[in-house]
Design a protein around this ligand. Structure first.
Ligand code: SF4
Length: 419
């Protein structure tokens, strides 16, 4: 979601007449869209703030994002930062910067909050673009700081979403990622997520829809059916967090391992190649060897092709932070490494299982050796020789061989290609 909001800011600055430059180029203004989900993300955000201030000593540094909500006072006391803008007012940053250059003295909080106040993206840092349909969360998982920094769940009116997608498709985007903090809870008038997607895929144009990341609760038992539509990419990042029911209860997650597996089976029954990826937290307070073994079992059984592994990170103000039996960092690191290895094995198994099949690749880049790179609908990285020179084009290819390099990809052929 931060990526979407950053892209939207890029478009807003561009429309207002600013030149958006690469981070390595000196800049008059640097906007840092921070994350605070773990202590590691806080540290990365701090390093970026320090680096940006050193790199552009006469420039303006604007810090926004979840860290701006979570550590506001600390950031406001930092003299290197010109403005600290909370998530609610992120969409107002261009107006704030404009006012600053006109010599007006403004405080970010004089602007009204509007979490959906971003313009349509027409100038993105990426080939695919995202649309925020929802913000905030009412789930209050015990480890999570997000509800405190993003607020309660709110859904964007469906008419605005449809209009926004129509415009990004007109702007040439071919892959649109639907994003939000907890999109399974989308709820606007009579539309839940399934009904909203039904309306989105009816829109005209050659584009496909990808869902960013979802919690395994909130959507109905027939949710998998929306993926039968050819515009829906058969890939879902469905967050399991743990394979132990004891830990899931302590996390206050709203499902059991079995009900999670039932969702995975229902999807794969409908679309056998469906690609699931996930998040796992290792070392949650009180996680025993037995609990961790259950997580390993679940990760193997669900055949996630990628596991984004987090070492549990204490966040002040959350219930899990107050739990006793915090897990030692060494154990967290060992468990994270175990999951990382299983994730790599799973990825290769999934890639091998896709050989001989077709994928529709959205080209993101063509290198100087004539190799196109991009992702198929199942979110597999694919490379193939081509005479095409342009990116942002769909190409049907046949998957032929897994290249098991550091970041594996699949070599494919475009059958209309004649070298
Ligand atoms: S559902 Fe997601 S965002 Fe909401 S509290 Fe749980 S982990 Fe955080």
């Amino acid at each position: 979601m931060n990526q979407y909001e950053t892209d939207a800011l890029v478009s807003q600055f561009h429309h207002a007449g600013y030149q958006v430059v690469d981070y390595s180029t000196p800049a008059d203004i640097t906007v840092i869209n921070t994350c605070t989900v773990t202590s590691q993300s806080d540290q990365k955000s701090r390093n970026t703030i320090n680096h940006a201030a050193r790199k552009n000593p006469d420039g303006m540094v604007v810090v926004t994002g979840c860290m701006a909500n979570n550590h506001k006072e600390q950031l406001e006391a930092n003299e290197k930062i010109t403005y600290v803008v909370d998530n609610e007012r992120k969409s107002q940053i261009v107006s704030l910067v404009d006012a600053h250059f006109k010599g007006e003295l403004v405080h970010p909080e004089t602007y009204p909050g509007d979490v959906f106040g971003f313009e349509t993206v027409d100038k993105s840092l990426h080939t695919r673009t995202s649309i925020k349909i929802q913000d905030g969360c009412d789930n209050f998982c015990t480890y999570c700081i997000v509800p405190s920094v993003r607020g309660r769940a709110v859904s964007r009116p469906l008419g605005e979403i449809l209009e926004n997608i129509r415009r990004v498709v007109d702007n040439g985007f071919k892959e649109i990622v639907i994003t939000g903090v907890n999109i399974g809870r989308y709820d606007f008038e009579q539309y839940n997520l399934e009904r909203a997607i039904d309306k989105i895929v009816e829109l005209p144009g050659d584009f496909r829809i990808r869902i960013s990341s979802m919690e395994p609760d909130g959507f109905g038992p027939d949710f998998h059916k929306v993926f039968q539509h050819p515009k829906m990419a058969p890939h879902l990042h469905l967050c399991i967090q743990s394979g132990s029911d004891v830990i899931l209860r302590k996390m206050r997650r709203m499902y059991s391992t079995q009900s999670f597996m039932d969702i995975v089976s229902a999807f794969r029954k409908e679309i056998s190649d469906f690609n699931f990826t996930t998040d796992v937290i290792v070392g949650f307070p009180g996680e025993t060897e037995k609990d961790f073994t259950e997580t390993i079992k679940a990760v193997k059984e669900a055949r996630f092709s990628h596991v984004h592994t987090f070492r549990y990170s204490r966040r002040k103000g959350t219930r899990a932070d107050r739990l006793e039996e915090q897990t030692a960092e060494k154990i967290k690191s060992e468990r994270a490494e175990t999951i990382r290895q299983i994730s790599e094995e799973n990825r290769l198994i999934y890639m091998e299982s896709m050989l001989g099949k077709q994928q529709r690749v959205l080209i993101e880049k063509v290198n100087n050796k004539g190799m196109a790179q991009g992702y198929g609908e199942c979110y597999l990285p694919v490379q193939f020789p081509t005479t095409l020179r342009s990116k942002n084009v769909f190409q049907d290819v046949l998957l032929e061989k897994v290249e098991p390099v550091d970041t594996p990809f699949i070599l494919a052929t475009d059958q209309s290609f004649n070298p």
